[in-house]
Design a protein around this ligand. Structure first.
Ligand code: ADP
Ligand code: MG
Length: 224
């Protein structure tokens, strides 16, 4: 479902050009659970931005469901990000003035889902992540692990085909992080395609396959 071929990403920084990703080849099948590891600055987040259609490569091909991402219009890309890809970040990225429930409803609102339908679906998603009791709480009234559960529920709102997580346990203690990984494991079992970026080998070991990125190059691929 995902095929990166010869992907290079460069940034112009003043006079210099920084090559952050170098001729990346990567195929991810439907339903796969992949982790990406590598030192700080090795290009992991840049790769996730490209996978998530938040950014386009400088050169190379990215086929998502047999369609070249670079050939889509801006509008199609925005729709793709909202409806086909779920994002989870280290620092949750919840909207602070909205309740857990409204945060989860937001992607459905952008997709034009009617109010009653999105409320019902958001309620069901919060139940799925074990937060029924916290639906009306603002993010400030939630623990880190609870915030990340809300963020995961939100990422699932439009039933994406791909879930991307950048250091999802990076701001959590070990036990809470393990709970979050258990949630990812359940989603994988239910058929979700998941890519998790992490520094933590115990988090990476939840995946079927680990890719290690060093200085913008895929170094090795290990299978669980
Ligand atoms: P990682 O997530 O592995 O820590 P990143 O993908 O965030 O690495 O960054 C890789 C390199 O690209 C770093 O040297 C970073 O400074 C640089 N970089 C990332 N985004 C930009 C940008 N928008 N402009 C210039 N340089 C960038
Ligand atoms: Mg990063």
């Amino acid at each position: 479902m995902i095929a990166l071929r010869d992907i290079t990403k460069r940034y112009d920084v003043g006079e210099e050009t920084l090559t952050v990703l170098k001729e990346i080849d990567l195929t991810i099948e439907d339903g796969e659970f992949v982790s990406i590891m590598g030192p700080s600055g090795s290009g992991k987040s840049t790769l996730m931005h490209i996978l998530g259609c938040l950014d386009l490569p400088t050169s190379g091909s990215y086929l998502l469901d047999d369609i070249e991402v670079a050939e889509r219009t801006k509008r199609e890309l925005a729709q793709l990000r909202n409806q086909s890809i779920g994002f989870v970040f280290q620092n949750f990225h919840l909207l602070p003035r909205m309740s857990a429930l409204r945060n989860v409803e937001l992607p459905m609102m952008y997709a034009g889902v009617p109010r009653a339908t999105r409320r019902a679906r958001a309620t069901q998603l919060l139940a799925q992540v074990g937060l029924t009791e916290r639906a009306r709480h603002l993010p400030t009234a939630l623990s880190g692990g609870q915030k990340q559960r809300v963020a995961i529920a939100r990422a699932l709102a439009n039933s994406p085909r791909l879930l991307l997580a950048d250091e999802p346990t990076g701001a959590l203690d070990q036990a809470t992080g393990a709970d979050i990984m258990e949630l990812f494991r359940q989603l994988h079992e239910a058929g979700m395609t998941i890519v998790v970026i992490t520094h933590d080998p115990s988090v990476a070991s939840c995946a079927q396959r680990t890719i290690s990125l060093v200085d913008g190059v895929i170094q090795e691929e290990g299978h669980a």
